[in-house]
Design a protein around this ligand. Structure first.
Ligand SMILES: [Zn+2]
Length: 115
């Protein structure tokens, strides 16, 4: 259960941040997951729900932003989304593009509200 470990570390990171702001409580946790990160979003949501159930974070929502793979073209500096493994640059046609994103797994931001 890879996703359970991820949900756990997301929660820990969120709690650490929340502790820096006394009097506030966590309302929403937003994570960013690249399509290539190998994380199942549904499974992550499920694990998160299980972890916060009957805790102080039960009403704190988890939102998942999916990030598609993107490549950058060194020739013309164009940055584009890769679909169907098509890595050729749509601007200049160069096939020598390089990986620029899509394997993210990070805490994007937290929404806090008055406790
Ligand atoms: Zn190009």
């Amino acid at each position: 259960m890879h996703e359970l470990a991820i949900a756990n570390s997301v929660l820990e990171a969120a709690r650490t941040e929340a502790e820096k702001r006394p009097g506030m409580r966590l309302a929403k946790i937003v994570v960013r997951i690249g399509d290539l990160a190998g994380v199942d979003a549904d499974s992550l949501s499920f694990c998160y729900e299980a972890l916060v159930k009957e805790t102080d974070l039960e009403r704190c929502a988890l939102e998942i932003e999916r990030i598609p793979q993107s490549n950058e073209c060194p020739r013309c500096r164009h940055n584009f989304t890769v679909a169907n493994f098509e890595i050729a640059c749509p601007a200049c046609g160069s096939v020598e593009t390089r990986f620029a994103g899509g394997d993210e797994l990070e805490l994007a931001y937290l929404e806090m509200e008055d406790a």
